[in-house]
Design a binder for this molecule. Sequence first.
Ligand code: GLN
Length: 488
Amino acid sequence: MINASLKQLSSQLAGKKISSVELTQLYLDRIAALNPELNAYVTLNPETSLAQARAADVRLAQGKGAALTGIPIAQKDIFCAQGWRTTCGSRMLENFVAPYDAHVISQFNNAGAVNLGKTNMDEFAMGSSNETSYFGAVKNPWNHKAVPGGSSGGTAAAVAARLCAAATGTDTGGSIRQPAALCGISGLKPTYGVVSRYGMIAFASSLDQAGPMARSAEDLALLLNVMAGFDERDSTSLQRETEDYARDLAKPLNGLRIGLPKEFFAAGLSADVGAAVEAAIAEYKKLGATVVDISLPNSRLSIPVYYVLAPAEASSNLSRFDGVRYGYRAPEYSDLTDMYEKSRAQGFGAEVKRRIMIGTYVLSHGYYDAYYLQAQKIRRLIAQDFVEAYKYCDVIMGPTSPTTAFNLGEKGDDPVQMYLSDIYTIAVNLAGLPGMSIPCGLGTNGMPVGLQIIGNYFDEARMLNVAHQYQLATDWHQKAPAGVNSDK
Ligand code: GLN
């Protein structure tokens, strides 16, 4: 059961082979057994989850089930869910119980899915290893000494360890794709504006986008069908016709033009990751695709540009956490200013403070033109590179991450090394494009390698088709970490 696809689970539920309550209980039991070691979940409400499962069973019995009715889904702890503690991985929100549902959460609720629990994450989604979480690091299920990636590390570990049927993540600079790669699962960051950010705690609003994380592209399509759609409560949500993201899954890939950016295969890419990605490209050629060499000349500037723009936006977004309106308040202080200072000093962790300081600096008078404005201009050039590239190809492929999962503690003291983890993912966010990662091999250390597939704007259905056809021909996405694959 734990290796069944969402489509299979859905038909088992509809055919009464299993009830949602039984399925939910199966996952809750697995979580009870494995989570104390993995730390993938920060909050569980078994009673609430089981009540949702009972309601789903009633709906299924009435024959009113939809594709995800009764299926237990884990939610990244960045989404407000009514009645659920919603921490964003921070002490600042350690005791915050959300009074309303994020759009993504209400979409899953309307579909009849079960909220299985809230997954661990880097504090305010800032990180690439899940080590900045106030609730402690998450372990990679493939090797407990290694990081799961971040910031959606709890989600990636939960999906890989079969502690949920599927889950959600968010991606500001790579936080869906990089942990998906490091944990051997599939993840999709949609085009900016496709999924509403309402109720999703903001990090860098011009980059943040929610998306699904699961074991296959087919599962991702079903999840995106639920997550996507116009929402007037998010001013950047796009008003578009409803799409069925699974509609093209079966299309053959004959004639598909794959662009390979030379910048993604240069120095800094580890040999084993490069070899696995090359092997995946060879498989695509067998499936009928052709390969085109392309260049994204400005992508080398994406990390410096991101680390001006994302902190700038974060410093503004996080100013609301002042110990007054909500959030942590220091127990002792002398006056109002002292209360603000102490609350923020104690409520935020080191990486969040670093970003707030960088952001405040680049936005300050005298530096605004030199840093912020300059970064905005280069952001446009980076986006323009993709417009040019898509004249010659349909999708772009390359590695998701330069290495497989690194060890816990390995990069904690060196922020710049940590920031380099997202060298291949960040340009996609700066351009607002959709990107995904699917498993395509194992590195020399036996850890998963991710293939990144970047699409043109709103080309999610094609990307899912491209990923699904590969997954029909190969079985990398079915590999599971040792010890978690014993089916019940
Ligand atoms: N690792 C990047 C950062 O630390 C991206 C995080 C994300 O996508 N949320 O900002």
